[in-house]
Design a protein around this ligand. Structure first.
Ligand SMILES: C[S@@+](CC[C@H](N)C(=O)[O-])C[C@H]1O[C@@H](n2cnc3c(N)ncnc32)[C@H](O)[C@@H]1O
Length: 276
């Protein structure tokens, strides 16, 4: 294992040595705590304060140092987070108190995670920061669902898009997304799924191209619904899937039947049944 991050110390104008705060923007992965990086686990065990989002699983929070301040930045009920400027102000304030702050975010901080906005604030405010990548939902969820995002026979490119833009519009580059032999992964697209399906078909993607929606991927509540681009909105409505859900569209989805390996209902995932 690599060394722990050094605790920074500086001298204030009176010549006193004081601890300097620092913020770690850390990706927590898509749900399964086993998917956390070693770096993330080490930082959680050393943190003075942890500011976390609602997509961060409770198993991950168990790794936080006892006595650390835990701040919840998400409102699970109404499924939106604290206003971004309040979160920015909070992490700056905690760092100015000399704390080692872990800002823990679902998946990867730089993929639809607003990590860029938070890092910009820290840079502008002159706060030391570090960014720790995490396994993004597209990667973790597709693996646990048995859907390879690329495959030499089916998909030569893969695009990640959001189904929820900042201004609530769904003004995506449909011509680009509808290209053949390409896997399209859509984050935050559950509510807009009927529109996404309509637009992709209208822009040339075949209605019978396979599609999947994965709810709570990588966790023991994972559900996978498959169909075609044309049928998937109805299938998802029948199964009443709820957020968080990831949409995967492309020929690779046809492999899901053959490659599914993760038994979400099992007490222990197969990978943990293997003894050392
Ligand atoms: C605000 S984005 C955060 C993405 C995150 N930064 C990442 O890299 O995965 C939240 C969206 O990610 C997707 N997502 C995150 N975790 C998921 C999971 N375990 N299963 C399915 N989708 C997930 C869903 O589309 C959800 O609405």
């Amino acid at each position: 294992m690599s060394k722990s991050p050094p605790i920074l110390q500086r001298f204030d104008p009176a010549g006193e040595r004081r601890r300097v705060g620092r913020v770690f923007l850390v990706g927590a992965g898509p749900g399964d705590p086993e998917l956390l990086t070693l770096r993330a686990a080490r930082l959680l065990a050393q943190a003075d304060a942890v500011v976390y989002d609602h997509l961060v699983g409770s198993g991950i929070l168990e790794l936080v140092r006892k006595g650390a301040e835990l701040v919840y930045a998400g409102k699970e009920k109404c499924r939106h987070t604290l206003p971004q400027d309040e979160i920015n102000a909070l992490i700056v304030r905690l760092a100015r108190q000399g704390k080692q702050v872990v800002r823990l975010k679902g998946g990867d901080p730089f993929i639809f995670g607003r990590g860029g906005e938070e890092a910009e604030t820290l840079a502008e405010e002159g706060i030391d920061f570090e960014i720790v990548p995490g396994i993004t939902a597209a990667s973790g969820v597709s693996c646990y669902a048995g859907i390879p995002l690329t495959h030499r026979d089916y998909a030569q490119s893969c695009v990640f898009a959001t189904g929820h833009l900042k201004d609530d519009s769904l003004n995506l580059d449909w011509d680009n997304l509808a290209r053949p032999r390409q896997t399209v992964v859509i984050y935050m697209g559950l509510g807009a799924l009927p529109e996404i399906s309509r637009q992709l078909i209208a822009h040339g993607r075949m209605p019978d191209v396979p599609a999947a929606v994965v709810e709570q991927g990588t966790t023991h509540s994972q559900r996978v619904v498959t169909g075609t681009l044309a049928s998937i909105p109805e299938r998802v409505a029948e199964q009443a899937l709820k957020s968080p859900c990831l949409i995967i569209i492309g020929e690779v989805v046809a492999l899901q039947q053959k490659l599914q390996w993760f038994d979400a209902g099992a007490q222990e995932a197969p990978k943990r049944a293997v003894s050392a």
